[in-house]
Design a protein around this ligand. Structure first.
Ligand SMILES: *[C@@H]1O[C@H](CO)[C@@H](O)[C@H](O)[C@H]1NC(C)=O
Ligand SMILES: *[C@@H]1O[C@H](CO)[C@@H](O)[C@H](O)[C@H]1NC(C)=O
Ligand SMILES: *[C@@H]1O[C@H](CO)[C@@H](O)[C@H](O)[C@H]1NC(C)=O
Ligand SMILES: *[C@@H]1O[C@H](CO)[C@@H](O)[C@H](O)[C@H]1NC(C)=O
Ligand SMILES: *[C@@H]1O[C@H](CO)[C@@H](O)[C@H](O)[C@H]1NC(C)=O
Ligand SMILES: *[C@@H]1O[C@H](CO)[C@@H](O)[C@H](O)[C@H]1NC(C)=O
Ligand SMILES: *[C@@H]1O[C@H](CO)[C@@H](O)[C@H](O)[C@H]1NC(C)=O
Length: 684
């Protein structure tokens, strides 16, 4: 009965005690309320830093409330308790550490009189080993203090009132079952977990160490049978104490769990705060060095970008003036032409003319094949009129004209964009060919085509357009070998740019109307004259004036005329044509050529008449009349060359004028004049 009563009493008391059992868990210290002193502090991400990097420093962190270790009815029995925490020791030195950290149960929160360095903030020289300390601690010591009989500089020890550990062991853990003891380095900087358990019944202290993420080892590192009843008072404070010596070392606690009278709750490792990155100092050094370097690099990059942009802008710079706005659709971007011609590569060069180089190109967006004529032009005078003319010419549409697509203007340069003619210019088929690459049928087709194109320019369009430079090399052949007249109006470019006082006549030697030289005014009949020279050129396969070879100096029109006078005009035809010719057509063209070459503009047919003759709509007038007109009409001065030259102001008398004039002379010049003419021709 009495025994029963005691049993119930003990149970009731035990329950009473249980109600007071302290039980706390900190998975990180973000919202923890601990009592800190010395160097102890919380980091913003929730680490408890008991010492920081300062030298000879100590710090304490205690659970703020007292913990009851003994039942009120019994002073001789300490209640079982259990605690676990995750710690990390980081030293600036890889080999040296200092000094350590300890879990401590002490009568007061602050451990007054504790000292730094080897004393771990627990004791001082005078009270070390003093039984009145009432201090129980488990030290994690990273420096060997011979004064306290330390076994090494990397050990776990149980300290009872003294830094001379009651029991200690090198840092290690038992891996798995029968896995053996594995060493650990406390100041490796890596997080590790420690368990401290006291069995109040068996008066046994177990201390277990393990790396983080390793389950609690099955065997403790230290198991000490020691009664804590004489050491611990009824209520005590639990916490941590740490100190540094000369090697700055950070002692971190990541999480902590404690429970009286039972198993401490396991920590949730995933919730623990992260340690600062290893080498954070180096990173910040990298930043202090790297940021300026990156900044400078960025500035350099920006500068080179600006330079590139400016260069690029300059490279593709164009001249665009207000008056050009209305020509927008005809205006090409230089960049576009640059890309189309692959940067005006030599490989894309189609030819070189009197006005500039011609390049082949493919427009980047439409993939249209184009020919770009690049004309260097320094004078800006008259450019407005010229561009206006070019643009209006761009509106011309005829299947025997090379379509002008548009233009672009840069400083000192004008670029004209034309349809690309895959078969090139006619002259290369006429000259320097061993065999006739163009038979009579094709030649006649080209002649009729060019006549039709010129007729369109003269009479069919809203304005009269004088071509000014009709010749074989300005006739281009399209895919179907149709003749197409190109380069019209270009001669005007040089007219506009020069002083109106001195008439500068442009055209090509041998195609120039003598009348043009006298009046300085290009008319449709000057084009007819050139067309005449072109006709003879195509039929005879010879240049209007041979400048080289055995026939050097021979003037084509003279020669054809002499053939005609002899009564065999067909003799003048290109021998390469062979026998497959239509004699009537050849004769017609030769005679028409002579007719167009008449020195008197009014005696020449109009292009309308030329087209009619070629289409056989009208019969060619009898050439004998022409002959009569040569002998009858004395438009050719009888006096001779010198007198002739005198009769015109010398400024307007040009070499080609005299040359063309020669064609209307009596077909027989003195050798002296021939030589003079050649000299002039060469000088030009
Ligand atoms: C300790 O306290 C936590 C809550 O803070 C509770 O979840 C847990 O069950 C307690 N443990 C014991 C053994 O009472
Ligand atoms: C922290 O604990 C102390 C001691 O119990 C108490 O005085 C203080 O108010 C607590 N502070 C907070 C913020 O809870
Ligand atoms: C050592 O600590 C005790 C209290 O724990 C204190 O009374 C004593 O003055 C301290 N001695 C020194 C030298 O600081
Ligand atoms: C600690 O150990 C050292 C070295 O053996 C000894 O000199 C000293 O007296 C000890 N102190 C205590 C308090 O036991
Ligand atoms: C573990 O540490 C002890 C004491 O420092 C040493 O004697 C032993 O050789 C170490 N073992 C290994 C495997 O490093
Ligand atoms: C201490 O460790 C020993 C050996 O592993 C074990 O038998 C005992 O139960 C442990 N005591 C506590 C309180 O964990
Ligand atoms: C601890 O207990 C002892 C005796 O058991 C007593 O002398 C001492 O004053 C107590 N210390 C404190 C701080 O209460």
């Amino acid at each position: 009965m009495i025994a029963m009563f005691f049993k119930l009493l003990i149970l009731a008391l035990a329950r009473l005690a249980a109600a007071e059992d302290v039980n706390f868990t900190y998975n990180g210290f973000r919202s923890a309320n601990l009592s800190l002193d010395g160097g102890a502090q919380f980091t913003p991400n929730g680490l408890l830093m008991v010492t920081n990097d300062a030298e000879e420093q100590m710090g304490h962190a205690f659970y703020p409330n007292p913990v009851t270790f003994k039942n009120s009815y019994s002073n001789s029995n300490v209640i079982s308790f259990s605690t676990t925490f995750v710690f990390a020791i980081r030293s600036v030195s890889a080999t040296q550490g200092g000094h350590g950290i300890a879990f401590v149960i002490a009568p007061k929160r602050g451990l007054p009189g504790g000292f730094h360095s080897p004393f771990l903030g627990l004791f001082n020289l005078t009270n070390n080993g003093n039984p009145t300390n009432h201090v129980f601690a488990v030290e994690l010591d990273t420096a060997q203090s011979t004064a306290f009989n330390d076994i090494d500089n990397n050990h776990v020890g149980i300290d009872i009132n003294s830094l001379n550990s009651t029991d200690s062991a090198s840092a290690a853990y038992y891996a798995k079952k029968n896995g053996g003891l594995r060493n650990l380095t406390l100041n490796s900087g890596k997080p590790m977990q420690l368990w401290v358990e006291y069995d109040g019944t068996n008066k046994q202290i177990n201390v277990t160490l393990a790396p983080i993420n390793v389950d609690k080892p099955h065997a403790p590192l230290i198991s000490l049978n020691h009664d804590l009843a004489p050491i611990l008072n009824k209520t005590m404070y639990v916490g941590f104490s740490s100190s540094t010596a000369t090697v700055p070392t950070s002692h971190y606690i990541l999480g902590w769990s404690f429970k009286m009278n039972g198993q401490a709750q396991e920590l949730v490792l995933s919730q623990l705060p992260k340690l600062p990155r290893v080498g954070g100092k180096k990173i910040s050094k990298l930043l202090t060095l790297g940021v300026p370097v990156i900044f400078v690099s960025l500035v350099l990059l920006a500068i080179s970008g600006v330079i590139y942009a400016i260069r690029r802008k300059r490279k593709f710079a164009e001249l665009l003036e207000d008056w050009e706005i209305e020509y927008g659709p005809q205006r090409f971007k230089y960049k576009e032409l640059y890309i189309a011609t692959k940067g005006f590569r030599e490989k894309e060069l189609l030819g070189r003319g009197g006005f500039g180089k011609v390049y082949k190109g493919i427009l980047p967006h439409s993939k249209t094949e184009i020919a770009v004529k690049r004309i260097s032009h320094e004078s800006r005078q008259g450019m407005k009129e010229f561009v206006a003319e070019i643009v209006s010419i761009g509106r011309l549409r005829h299947r025997n004209l090379v379509q002008l697509l548009g233009y672009c203007r840069r400083k000192g340069e004008l670029l004209l964009v034309y349809d690309y003619m895959p078969n090139g210019s006619l002259d290369k088929y006429l000259y320097n060919q061993p065999t006739a690459t163009l038979n009579w049928g094709l030649r006649f087709k080209v002649i009729r085509g060019v006549a039709s194109g010129l007729f369109y320019l003269h009479e069919e369009w809203e304005q009269v357009v004088v071509h000014r430079d009709v010749k074989a090399s300005n006739v281009l052949l399209d895919r179907e070998l149709n003749g197409r007249l190109g380069d019209f109006g270009l001669a005007r470019l040089y007219d506009h740019g020069t002083d109106p006082q001195t008439t500068h006549i442009v055209g090509t030697l041998g195609y120039l109307d003598p009348e043009l030289a006298r009046s300085g005014k290009a008319t449709t009949s000057t084009d007819v004259f050139s067309f005449g020279a072109f006709l003879l050129e195509v039929v005879c396969g010879r240049r209007p004036i041979e400048t080289q070879g055995p026939l050097q100096g021979v003037i084509l029109v003279d020669w054809v005329f002499s053939c005609w006078k002899k009564g065999d005009i067909l003799e003048a035809r290109d021998r390469k044509l062979g026998t497959e010719i239509i004699s009537e057509e050849v004769e017609l063209v030769l005679k028409l050529g002579l007719l167009c070459s008449h020195s008197e503009p009014s005696a020449r047919p109009s292009m309308r008449q030329v087209v009619q003759y070629l289409e056989s709509d009208n019969a060619l007038p009898e050439l004998s009349l022409l002959g009569q007109s040569y002998s009858g009409l004395t438009f050719v001065p009888q006096e001779g060359f010198d007198d002739f030259a005198q009769s015109y102001p010398s400024s307007s008398v040009k070499g080609f004028q005299m040359l063309s004039r020669r064609s209307s002379l009596r077909w027989s010049l003195t050798p002296r004049i021939r030589i003079i003419l050649e000299l002039i021709a060469n000088a030009l």
